[in-house]
Design a protein around this ligand. Sequence first.
Ligand SMILES: Cc1cc2nc3c(=O)[nH]c(=O)nc-3n(C[C@H](O)[C@H](O)[C@H](O)COP(=O)(O)OP(=O)(O)OC[C@H]3O[C@@H](n4cnc5c(N)ncnc54)[C@H](O)[C@@H]3O)c2cc1C
Length: 370
Amino acid sequence: MSRTVVIIGGGYGGAAVAKALESEPEADVVLIDPREGFVNAAGSLRALAQPDWAPNMFFPFETLLPKGTVLRDRAVSVDPGGVTLASGDRVGADYVVLATGSSYTFPAKPVSDSIGEALDDLRRTHRELLPAQRVLILGAGPVGLELAGEIKQVWPDKHVTIVDPAKKLLPGFRPEVVADLHHQLAAQGIQVRLDTTLTEPPSTGSGRAETVTVTTAGGEAIIADIWFRAYGSTVNSDYLADGKLTPRTLDGRVPVSGHLTVQGYEHVYAVGDLTDVPEAKMAGYAMQHAEVVAQNITAQLNGRPPTATYQPLGHPMILLPLGPNGGVGQLPSPEGPFVAPASMVAEFKGADLFTGRFTGQFGPTAAEGW
Ligand SMILES: Cc1cc2nc3c(=O)[nH]c(=O)nc-3n(C[C@H](O)[C@H](O)[C@H](O)COP(=O)(O)OP(=O)(O)OC[C@H]3O[C@@H](n4cnc5c(N)ncnc54)[C@H](O)[C@@H]3O)c2cc1C
C-alpha cells in the first residue's frame, strides 16, 4: 500500500526530494508551494541585468513533477498527521518534509509566486536600472558582489559602489580567495567600501530610478541614481509558530537530527535553509540534505530502517561569479579546501548559473512560452 509523502516547499531541497521520490512505487508524492515553479535563485541577478535570459531561472512544476501531485497553496499549520493550507484544505500525510527555505529581498529572490509576474518585475526593474549611471549596492556578501559583476558585464561604464559595515570580504575563506576577489573587483572598476556604515538608510526604495544621497558615518556623501538592498534573508517558518509540530530556534529554524528528522519524530523531516544544521545556508547543501531524506524515506517505505545521515563540511565553500567569465571559488577536496580559478568558477556556475544542471534534473525551463 502506497504512503503519502507531503513535501512543503519546492525550492532546491524540496523539489529534489519530490523528484527523487516521485518514481518510488510506494510513495504518493504531494508537493505544496504557492509558487508556479521551481526558482533557481542563483540566476536572479543575471535575470535582472539580462531580462531576455530570465525565463531560464524558472522551472514550471507541471513539467518538473509529471507523476506527483502539486498543490499551489501555502502551508499555514503543520502537525504530525498532516498540513493545513491557506485555502482551508487539509492534507493528511504519512511522511512530511519541511522545505520552506528562506526569503531574500528582490531581485535576489522573486516577490511574486507567478512566473509571468516575476518576469514582469525583473523587466520593470531592468528599465529602472537602464539609465542609471551611479549604482549603489548595500551589502558586500555574495549577492551584492554577484549583482555588481552582472551589472558591469552588461554596462561596463556604469559606476558601481558596494558599501558594507563589515571589515573584510568573505570572512572565513582562504586569503588567496579574498585577495583574488579584491583584484578582480578592482579590475572591473567596482568600488568596494568596507567598514562603512550609513547614518540613515536611503530615502528612496530599493531598485527605483531616483537620485538619492546617503551619508557615511565618516561624513562623506555618496550620490546614486539607483540603489539595491543586498542583505538580510528571512527564514520561512511562520507556519510553525503555533507549536503544533516543533519548537523553533531563536532565529526561526527547525532543530534536526543527523538523519534530518525533526527532533522527536521518525516520519517528519526538514531540509535546506530552514534547518538548524550548523553551516552556511546554501542550495548545494539543501540538495545534499534532499538526497539523505529521499534515501531515508525510501528505506522506511520499504520496511527498512533509515540509515543515511548528513554531516556538514568542516570548512566553507563558495562559487562566486563576477559575470559569466570571472569570479572566485573555494571548493572541498579530500585534502581540504582548494582555491578554484576563475575558469573553473565560470565552468561550474558563471557560464549558465546552473541552468544546464537543473534542466537535466528538473526538465525544461520557462524559456518557452513566457
Ligand atoms: C542571488 C542568490 C544566489 C545564490 N547562489 C547560490 C549558489 O550559487 N550556490 C548555493 O549553494 N546557494 C546559493 N544561494 C543560496 C540558495 O538560494 C539558498 O540556500 C536556497 O534557496 C535554499 O534552498 P531551500 O530548498 O532551503 O529553500 P528555497 O529555495 O528558499 O525554497 C523554499 C520554497 O518554499 C516555498 N514556501 C515558503 N513558505 C511556504 C509555505 N508556508 N508553504 C508552502 N511553501 C512555502 C517557497 O515558495 C519556495 O519555493 C543563492 C541565493 C541567492 C539569493
